[in-house]
Design a protein around this ligand. Structure first.
Ligand code: SF4
Length: 344
């Protein structure tokens, strides 16, 4: 069985906004849209927040509106931030990838109302220069649109977080991309790292880099390269190195923190609005834990499913996911529950 389960928090996810991209690496995977109003989202959140405050069963409660909540009005944006604060969750910066194209003035007023509501950070993710980015995002024009957003955000005093994916396709164009980003006004931070092994990105293994690829990274990009996984503070290593590391060092008994994801949909809404939150939590936890208990420990999975010939770089949690997926795919018939309720 996998290491004991420690639920660090709950994430309530609503897919009630439209994302205009079709990213090849999308962590969400297949797109969906649920017709959930903002007020329904708030009602569910308030129920769970009251329950959290009364029971103290979890530390963090994160409201999460996918894909982007940039279309929310001022009152909604403010209410959203208040929900985050009540749940002890720091809201993510405004995620601008996938935002619907709009004229300059409309974008200005969009960013201005979120600024008034309390946002001061904004996030832009780049997959490469203009042509590589647009290809990966599945939308022609997104690269230029993001640059336009960056300029407006600078006028409004946003701090810009730039993420750049490190891939076989991006390395040759990093110089050109950085030249363009360096021309943008405004305060910013920048990090360059491999894309996460999740969702559609699991099918992009031919784009994942190995140590040799790092030799081709231009000097200009080197100060921004981050090859430490920020969640667990672990380095990126090749799969073959991780297998050896896991065999020698992995503590199968150390609890790994997990977040319980509850998706708000037309089907789940009636239950989430009426049933006792304690019961809902216990039901989800039991289902999550049942799945967990059917999966062998990580050292065994590494031994059975690890690929010793794979020199591509991963964070350890990505390989845990890869090996768990390999196990589940092989034993699908044994799983009564949809194992995806638990985010490995
Ligand atoms: S912008 Fe984000 S949510 Fe939209 S397709 Fe791309 S990765 Fe997925």
């Amino acid at each position: 069985m996998l290491a004991p389960l420690n639920i660090a928090g709950i994430v309530i996810i609503a897919y009630n906004q439209v994302c205009c991209n079709h990213c090849r690496f999308c962590s969400v995977g297949k797109k969906r849209f649920d017709d959930i109003s903002f007020s329904q989202f708030v009602k569910v959140m308030e129920r769970f927040l009251e329950w959290k405050e009364q029971t103290n069963k979890i530390d963090t409660f994160a409201p999460f509106i996918l894909y982007t909540h940039a279309t929310m009005n001022y009152e909604q944006s403010k209410a959203y931030r208040e929900l985050c604060a009540r749940g002890s969750y720091r809201p993510l910066p405004l995620q601008m990838n996938g935002c619907i194209f709009m004229p300059q003035d409309d974008m200005y007023s969009l960013l201005e109302r979120h600024r008034r509501a309390g946002y001061d950070r904004l996030s832009l993710t780049f997959c490469g220069n203009r042509s590589v980015h647009d290809l990966w995002a599945g939308r022609r024009g997104e690269f230029d649109f993001l640059l336009k957003i960056a300029r407006i955000a600078a006028q409004l005093g946003y701090h810009r977080q730039e993420q750049i994916f490190l891939s076989k396709s991006s390395i040759p164009v990093l110089d050109e991309l950085l030249d363009q980003l360096d021309e943008l006004p405004g305060e910013h931070t920048r990090s360059i790292y491999p894309f996460n092994y999740i969702g559609f990105a699991q099918k992009l293994e031919n784009e994942r880099i190995n140590s040799d690829d790092l030799l081709s990274v231009p000097d200009k990009a080197k100060p921004y390269i981050e090859l430490i996984d920020g969640i667990h503070n672990e380095p990126y290593r090749s799969e073959s190195e991780w297998i050896d590391w896991v065999k020698k060092n992995y503590d199968n008994d150390a609890p790994r923190d997990r977040f319980l994801g509850i998706t708000l949909s037309e089907e789940s809404l009636p239950q989430l609005l009426s049933e006792d939150c304690d019961k809902i939590y216990d039901d989800y936890y039991t289902r999550f834990n049942n799945v967990y208990q059917q999966i062998p420990e990580i050292t065994e999975l590494a031994d059975r499913f690890g690929d010793h010939d794979n020199d591509k770089l991963y964070a350890l949690y990505e390989l845990e996911r890869k090996w768990v997926e390999a196990y589940v795919t092989k034993h699908l018939a044994d799983f009564e529950e949809d194992y995806r309720i638990s985010d490995f």
